[in-house]
Write a protein that binds this ligand. Structure first.
Ligand code: ASC
Length: 148
């Protein structure tokens, strides 16, 4: 399982954000990225529950969710290609397509920060620090590129 996560993460890291996954229609890309963020948020939220003491710290559960988050983080970024700014209800702001370099930089901060979660997951204090840093990158992108 771990090696599968690692292989997917390595393969995803080699794909630049600009090499968009192929989607037949803009709607498909929008659905894909929304689904990816939903699943990413679910697993990130489980780490958050542990960090914030809503559920007890469990190294195995933390490691599992951290691995998933670090892998899933790569997915939505492949689905913001040209022409996917409209076509389905989306909270993605036009700024993403107006200034793709700025969006890419913010996105990569999130990939980098979530990529540190697996190594931190074995220690509650380290996890708390890494989780806080990752959450700040989520928020940074939401503030600039997502409508409320
Ligand atoms: C989550 C989640 C997000 C981020 C963000 C952090 O658990 O679903 O979008 O954390 O709220 O600021």
């Amino acid at each position: 399982m771990k090696s599968l996560f690692a292989a997917v993460a390595v393969a995803a890291a080699l794909l630049p954000l600009s090499s968009h996954a192929q989607f037949a229609k803009p709607e498909d890309a929008i659905k894909y990225r929304q689904s990816a963020y939903t699943v990413l948020g679910a697993h990130f939220g489980r780490l958050g529950a542990m960090v914030n003491g809503r559920i007890p710290y469990d190294a195995k559960v933390a490691s599992y969710n951290a691995s998933l988050v670090s892998t899933l983080a790569h997915l939505p970024g492949t689905a913001f290609g040209p022409g996917t700014d409209t076509g389905l209800n989306t909270r993605a702001k036009a700024e993403i397509w107006k200034d793709p370099a700025k969006f890419q930089a913010a996105y990569e901060k999130m990939v980098d920060a979530t990529g540190k979660l697996p190594a931190a997951a074995g220690d509650p204090a380290a996890l708390k620090t890494a989780f806080g840093a990752a959450a700040a990158t989520c928020k940074g992108c939401h503030d600039d590129f997502r409508r409320e």
